[in-house]
Design a protein around this ligand. Sequence first.
Ligand SMILES: CC(C)(C)[C@H](NC(=O)Nc1cc(F)cc(F)c1)C(=O)N(CC(=O)NO)CC1CCCC1
Ligand SMILES: [Zn+2]
Length: 186
Amino acid sequence: MFLMKDIVRDGNKVLRQQAKKVDFPLSNEDKQLAKNLMEYLEVSQDPKLCKKYGLRAGVGLAAPQVGESKMMASVLVPAEDEDENPIFKDVIINPVILSNSVQRCALIEGEGCLSVDKDFEGYIHRSARITLKYQDVNGKEHTIRLKNYPAIVCQHEIDHLHGTLFYDHIDKENPFSKKENDLFVE
Ligand SMILES: CC(C)(C)[C@H](NC(=O)Nc1cc(F)cc(F)c1)C(=O)N(CC(=O)NO)CC1CCCC1
Ligand SMILES: [Zn+2]
């Protein structure tokens, strides 16, 4: 099981590399990696286990963040109401954003990252709606449309696969810049 000690921090070059495409059928090693990436999110979102293992509760974890430069990331966006199904839960492999809205969306409180211990103030403007194509662990192709928070999480994770970190998107001149029809999500 991944612990915080296994999460690579900013400054390690693996976070700035272009990750490699994953071949199918998955090797046993890649199957285990996918399982461990999702397990981290599940455990970290359980308040008792999160505390027990000293984790940061996470909604997404990309393979480069555990030192594996592969195009694979786990995403687990919980429903508002805990006994409902998650809004989105899957390990996205070789993800491609096929299209994105012009309209932008940002988290009102900005973003952080499991691999970045420093705080960076400012809005991270992302596409409010995306059409995402990816393969799941069985190699099955999915093409889905996401909006708002789940779209933000997936864009944050896909950035990791291309060596981009959230603060790269902050406008240094005006970190809290906003445009007419920008959306903001709690
Ligand atoms: C950086 C951190 C603050 C740990 C952030 N956690 C988070 O958003 N917690 C959270 C939110 C929920 F809605 C429900 C829940 F159970 C826990 C996170 O996991 N990430 C993922 C990451 O760093 N991936 O590389 C950062 C988010 C910023 C915007 C999208 C993902
Ligand atoms: Zn991150």
